[in-house]
Design a protein around this ligand. Structure first.
Ligand code: EPU
Length: 302
């Protein structure tokens, strides 16, 4: 979707918005799939309510984008614009055991930045791609660690009331790959409380997690990480593997040979290809095991 209303276009720069017309979501997302639309990068948190009110008044639907690492976007010209936070400098500020982090900060870089200041706890998250905002929204986790454990405050734009609010950690529930945020809440910043730990020790933990990840996940390929959540007490990857589905393809969408819950874009897969592969694998697992696998990847249909 292209913004054509001249009044809106004229107002955007003063509101701290940098517009990239006709941006390709295939170039932004880790899966390398997705159509085109206007991308609005917001440089000022304070003006977000005004920008979004302006879009509403102009009848322009929008979606919030984090780092694009856990996202499957529809093909073609998309019927909404995409709003994303621009990265401030610095994007992490440390005060004692607290880290104040902008939602646009890259998760892995933030973990390393804190580690260098002897703040640990998040070693398992080092290889998880994406932004801190995206990790927060879905309570990203790996190797027994979830980001929610360390959250003390979240600054969030709440689309429902069109206001920016600061929520305390205990006002938010963090569960396995799920939080109590509304689907249209936009993460702006977070305050984390991290345990003190010597850098060397943290580095050791990071190395172990990196090795495990390299051994079990297709890191060099285009993917959105795990496609399905693990059902309680079971492993989606193991079930898909046991069914012999590694390598199963629809077009260039393919079940990874390395980890069966990673579906990769082996070339120029379309969203349609990937969705067909997801539906096919879900159905086979349902028939064989009786589990209805739930998407872990977020799907933006047109
Ligand atoms: N397994 C297989 N075949 C496979 C893949 C896995 O037999 O192709 C087996 C493994 O041998 C292991 C079990 O299944 O016994 C679990 O596999 P793994 O340790 O790789 O963990 P996972 O449950 O598949 C979860 C997260 C990952 C995270 C890892 C490491 C989910 C859906 N996935 O994977 O997160 O990196 O643990 O902690 O919770 C993601 O969220 O996108 C993601 C990749």
């Amino acid at each position: 979707m292209r913004i054509e209303d001249q009044k809106i276009l004229a107002a955007l720069p003063d509101l701290g918005v940098d517009r990239k017309p006709g941006a390709s979501l295939a170039e932004i997302t880790y899966l390398g799939i997705g159509g085109t639309t206007d991308l609005l990068r917001m440089k000022k948190h304070e003006s977000i309510p005004d920008v979004l009110n302006l879009l509403d008044a102009g009848g322009i639907p929008f979606k919030f984008l984090g780092g694009g690492s856990n996202l499957l976007v529809a093909d073609g010209e998309l019927p909404w614009v995409v709003v994303q936070l621009a990265q401030p400098d610095p994007d992490v500020v440390i005060e004692g055991n607290f880290a104040m982090v902008d939602a646009s900060a890259e998760l892995g870089r933030m973990v390393t930045f804190c580690a260098k200041r002897d703040l640990g706890g998040m070693e398992g998250l080092i290889g998880v791609p994406g932004t801190v905002g995206g990790a927060l929204r879905m309570n990203a986790g790996a190797y027994g660690i979830q980001i929610g454990t360390y959250v003390r405050e979240v600054k969030v734009y709440r689309a429902a009331g069109r206001t920016i609010e600061v929520l305390k950690g205990d006002q938010i529930s963090f569960e396995y790959r799920h939080t109590s945020f509304a689907p249209d809440d936009m993460m702006l910043a977070v305050k984390l409380e991290l345990p003190s730990k010597p850098f060397r020790e943290i580095l050791q933990g990071i190395r172990i997690c990196n090795e495990k990840r390299r051994a079990s996940q297709p890191l060099g390929q285009k993917s959105a990480g795990c496609i399905f959540k693990n059902p309680p007490g079971a492993s989606a990857g193991r079930m898909i593997d046991e069914l012999g589905l590694k390598g199963l393809s629809v077009g260039d969408a393919r079940v990874s040979d390395r980890h069966a819950n990673f579906f990769v874009n082996a070339g120029t897969a379309s969203a349609e290809d990937m969705l067909a592969l997801i539906a096919d694998v879900r159905e086979r697992v349902r028939k064989a095991y009786g589990f209805e696998l739930e998407n872990e990847v977020v799907v933006w249909n047109a």
